[in-house]
Design a protein around this ligand. Sequence first.
Ligand code: CDP
Length: 246
Amino acid sequence: MSDKPERFIDDEGLRLDGRRVDEIRPMKVEMGVLSRADGSCYLEWGNNKVLAAVYGPRELHPRRMQKPNEVLVRYKYNMASFSVEDRIRPGPSRRSTEISKVSGEAFEPVVMTQYYPGAVIDVFAEVLQADAGTRTAAINAATLALADAGIPMKGLVSACAVGKVDGQLVLDLNKPEDNYGQADLPVAMTQDGEITLLQMDGHLTPEELEEGLEMVKKGCQQILEIQREALVSRYGNEDEEGEEAE
Ligand code: CDP
């Protein structure tokens, strides 16, 4: 029997988890949680729990894989077998391979790859508990883990999904909305609003797509604020220190 809810949005405009259509789930981040990694971040977003670890830049072996003029950024997304209701078979799957590829590419415009020719930066994103939106949660954690590792970047990357349920656009889909909704559009963008990842499942009209991208941009801006606060609380605010020194 399907556990599809009859309605996703009530007469008050509230979703099954009490959020408004343009509200993201609560997000909590902690940086520097792993001592062996060069950079790390633990992130909770609603019921998602994700750990990101960055190793490098370090020498890449075998040498034939080295890029002579830039660093190679490798991104590995993995769902722990205990992270979902039905146990996931350990090891790569088509889904995780695809998510790893597009998520790694989402960082290409921001990581200043020219600084470490021939080296590799490994980003590992481990989903410990999954509840819809894990690829976006992983990207949000990975960008902070990269910053924690001191990787030179032009800015941060923030990610969020928008979708459609009951014929209405909703920001940051929860599990029932993801499972039974009419569309799911995960997006990642730089802090300047340049889209670096865009995937889509389901159907949206061109007008809905345009409106959805506006919604997701606002969601990403809120996430960027949370990411900035995490950076400031770990490393302090350079502007304030500069002011004090004057
Ligand atoms: O997690 P994300 O939304 O990025 O990816 P998805 O493929 O749209 O998956 C949506 C949700 O379905 C995940 O967050 C998990 O909660 C769940 N899922 C699952 O239970 N088992 C899988 N093998 C894959 C996903």
